[in-house]
Ligand binder design. Structure first.
Ligand code: NAD
Length: 791
């Protein structure tokens, strides 16, 4: 066919990217020594290797050293040895290293892209234009954070040695998201790529050698789940950053519970792609192609659930099918390819299995009439219609080129359907009415919302999920916090409630008002469901009063009341500020009474008690003042788009308050949670709950809407466990003994709630460090809403 004939036929000719450089690179290496530890290349101690193959052909690419626990020990030791010098080096010194990495990657940009496409199967257009440039930008962007560290993050220090485990779908980009912020913060790392895609990480390690990264600062080990688990469980690692499946994320949450190590989890998703009837439909179709067929749908934030407004559903689906028929499935190294192979035979089988099950459950699955390449793990783009919200294709992450389509009638229904998932990673909203889009975005339970767009990422903008999509953010300012620890005024270890504490005691000490405090749920004082009470001892051992013994049922009622309270999260920040000021005012009116109570219960001097009350009032004032000041930011990524990093309340927050300084401790935790619009279920000090039950009247007179604060007295360990297991609790803060803290973390995996504990240590609540942004940050989720502009 000559050029003219080809032009008239409008047929594509192949446009292969040259692979000789990549093949030469592969041929020149000894992959049996592929562990990059302490600046040297090592074989696995066991001598074992694993195979990495080419998804487009199934052919073997390399036999790569397979690290075991012994190799991880060596890597962690190298990272620990390098830590003091690296973390003490100046921000400028670290910035230069990060910049040098970015520049060296730029010089090998094409090799990175070709290797990535060979090893992972993703189309070269994607690796060349998206993965690699974004990874480079990440290093260069974070050079700036290294230098800004001291000024921008006062009272923070590097967390230490970091263990990082990443998946195969964006091998280089995920590596960049992990390593760049860690190095900027002054941490040293041991990173494990996924066993399917080791190659670009090996090239990256070579870049580190050349870019002057000091030995031991970056250690890259290759291997599978066993090596991953060895990193996660290593006592020398102070923080784990994991990206991968929700299933493994939960295993890691459980394994690290009680270890005091920091954890961030970037997990799976089932993101909604919402098309309103006033959307630009052709743009929305192009967005959808990118949303679900980018990287063959093997994307954590893939727009895999299409929600389209009823009136345009038929026309839109017809356009989608027409566009699907034009998608080119083929070699990842062909520049015209839209869809390459899936990563592996196992993934192909999984996708096929899910489609078959979805069809069995009533979905109608459609694929374009196209031929697949003869070898490799290819799968045609697939559209499932007639999908009920409960269908497996609407609920499970397929991680393949499969779109599940549903329709909705109005805005409320769209939001409800979008949120009908246990995940919460991303969403796209398509409408020409920006008012509507910005009305919907805050109501979506997702960490990232793209308006009239999809899959936009940038190093300056945080990325991460809600709910079972994990916790923590990568990128930007919020991502830096993941590698830093705030200096808190840590005190002695908290003793577990002694057998005798909170037990009925014999006799009143005469100073108590004879009154049994009830629980405070939904704005009312209610009797505990079990109708049991606990006698509370005064400092001198006599009975100071009785409180209700809260149970699982009471916590359930309290959580339901907290969830039902919309008035508080919906209130303006200014409104919330006024209510908190009013609480302070009312507490101040009863300061003498509270001081006397503290003397009675804790035995502190009258002066110390008075001080604790004053500080509690001051703290309420502080958070009232900050309620409308701890705000989000606006990012301007290098594109015609603004990214609104909004601070949203976490939701329903459970709080297990400490025994020490029981009034101040209680208020220091409840007030920041309330200030940011959360509703609270608080378990007050087990030993001294009467200071909290005395607050009921203060609360009742303070215009706090019913359900905003609920107080359940009783045994901290038991009630903490109920809160941890409750899937409608979004966040949990525990300041109790070490076992209660550990259990809270281990028991939180149902919905992967955000758990913050003192790791069994008390805080000095009177210190200025026990208040402020470090607390408010725990009380918010950052949602990044991307809004493009221009014609
Ligand atoms: P995976 O969880 O099976 O594996 C991820 C990594 O964890 C691999 O390196 C693997 O070797 C390691 N691993 C496996 N078992 C382990 C264990 N018990 N302990 C420690 N490490 C272990 O996930 P995958 O199949 O490689 O990747 C796909 C998943 O990753 C999808 O669910 C996807 O949504 C998710 N993902 C999330 C994001 C995000 O930012 N939220 C980004 C990319 C991918």
């Amino acid at each position: 066919m000559n050029i003219l004939e080809r032009y008239h036929a409008m047929e594509y000719g192949p446009a292969p990217e040259a692979r000789n450089e990549a093949d030469a690179w592969l041929a020149a290496r000894d992959f049996s020594k592929a562990l990059f530890i302490d600046g040297a290349w090592k074989a696995a101690a066991s001598g074992k290797t694993f195979d990495t193959g080419e998804p487009s052909s199934g052919k073997l690419l390399a036999k790569v050293s397979d690290a075991g626990a012994a190799d991880i020990d060596v890597a962690v030791a190298a990272a620990a040895k390098a830590l003091p010098k690296w973390s003490a080096s100046s921000g400028y010194a670290r910035a230069k290293v990060l910049y040098a990495i970015g520049r060296a990657m730029q010089r090998h940009q094409r090799l990175f892209a070709v290797l990535e496409s060979i090893d992972n199967g993703k189309p070269i257009r994607e690796s060349r234009d998206i993965d690699v440039p974004l990874a480079i930008r990440h290093f260069i962007h974070h050079a700036g954070w290294a230098q800004a560290l001291e000024k921008d993050f006062p009272d923070h220090e590097p967390v230490g040695v970091v263990g990082q485990v990443i998946p195969w779908n964006f091998p280089l980009l995920m590596l960049a998201w992990k390593i760049a912020p860690a190095l900027a913060a002054g941490c040293t790392v041991v990173l494990k790529p996924a066993e399917f895609t080791p190659l670009t990480a090996i090239l990256f390690a070579e870049i580190c050698e050349r870019a002057g990264v000091p030995k031991g600062v970056v250690n890259i080990v290759q291997g599978g789940p066993e090596a991953g688990a060895a990193i996660v469980n290593h006592p020398g690692v102070q923080k784990i950053a994991f990206t991968g499946s929700s299933e493994v994320g939960k295993i890691i949450r459980k394994a690290t519970a009680g270890s005091g190590r920091k954890l961030s989890l970037e997990l799976g998703g089932k993101s909604a792609f919402i098309v309103f009837e006033d959307a630009d439909l052709d743009s929305a179709v192009e967005g959808l192609v990118d949303g679900i067929w980018f990287n063959q749908g093997q994307v954590c934030c893939a727009g895999s659930r299409l929600l389209v407004q009823e009136g345009i559903a038929e026309a839109f689906i017809a356009k989608v099918k027409a566009r699907m028929s034009r998608l080119r499935v083929g070699s990842p190294l062909d520049k015209n390819t839209d869809i390459g192979p899936l990563i592996d035979r196992t993934q192909l089988d999984r996708v096929e299995g899910l489609i078959a099950e979805g069809a069995r459950q009533g979905a109608v699955c459609w694929q374009p009439d196209a031929a697949l390449p003869a070898s490799g793990y290819y799968h045609l783009p697939t559209l499932a219609t007639h999908v009920s919200p409960a269908n497996i294709l609407a609920q499970e992450e397929v991680f393949g080129p499969v779109l599940a389509a549903m329709s909705f009638r109005n805005t409320e229904e769209a939001i409800e359907l979008a949120n009908n998932t246990r995940y919460g990673l991303a969403a796209s909203v398509w409408s020409e009415n920006v008012n509507l889009a910005l009305h919907v975005a805050p109501q979506l339970k997702a960490g990232v919302v793209w308006v009239n767009g999809t899959n936009m990422f940038d190093a300056a903008c945080g990325f991460g999920g809600y709910r079972e999509s994990g916790f923590g953010r990568e990128g930007g300012r919020e991502g830096m916090f993941e590698y830093l620890v705030a200096r808190l005024p840590v005190g002695p270890a908290i003793k577990p409630a002694a057998a005798g504490s909170a037990q009925p005691v014999e006799q009143a000490d005469g100073t108590a008002i004879d009154r049994t405090a009830k629980l405070f749920i939904g704005g009312k004082q209610v009797r505990p469901d079990g109708n049991y009470s606990l006698g509370i001892a005064a400092a001198k051992g006599k009975l100071a009063g009785e409180v209700g013994l809260g149970s699982r049922k009471d916590i359930r009622d309290a959580v339901a009341a907290a969830r039902a309270c919309k008035a508080w999260p919906d209130a303006t920040a200014y409104n919330r500020a006024q209510v908190l000021y009013y609480l302070a005012e009312n507490l101040s009116g009863r300061a003498d009474e509270f001081a006397a109570r503290l003397v009675q219960l804790t035995g502190v001097t009258a002066k110390a008690a008075r001080e604790e009350v004053e500080q509690s009032i001051e703290r309420l004032f502080l958070y009232a003042g900050l309620a409308d000041k701890f705000e989000g930011r606006v990012h301007q990524p290098p594109a015609r788009v603004v990214t609104l990093a909004l601070h949203e309340p976490v939701g329903v927050v459970g709080i297990v308050a400490p025994d020490n300084q029981p009034l101040l401790g209680f208020i220091s935790l409840v007030a920041p949670a309330l200030a940011m619009g959360n509703t609270v279920v608080a378990v007050p000090s087990e030993r001294h709950p009467l200071v909290a039950t005395d607050l009921y009247q203060v609360i009742e007179y303070s215009d706090l809407p019913a359900g905003a604060v609920n107080i359940v007295t009783g045994r901290s360990a038991e009630l903490g466990t109920v809160l941890a297991r409750h899937d409608d609790v979004d966040g949990l803060w525990v300041f109790a003994d070490v076992d209660t803290c550990a259990r809270a973390e281990a028991d939180s995996i149902g919905n992967l709630k955000r758990v913050w504990t003192g790791n069994g240590r008390s805080l000095d609540w009177s210190s200025g460090e026990a208040a402020g942004e470090a607390f408010l940050r725990r009380a918010v989720e950052v949602k990044n809403v991307w809004v493009p502009y221009g014609d």
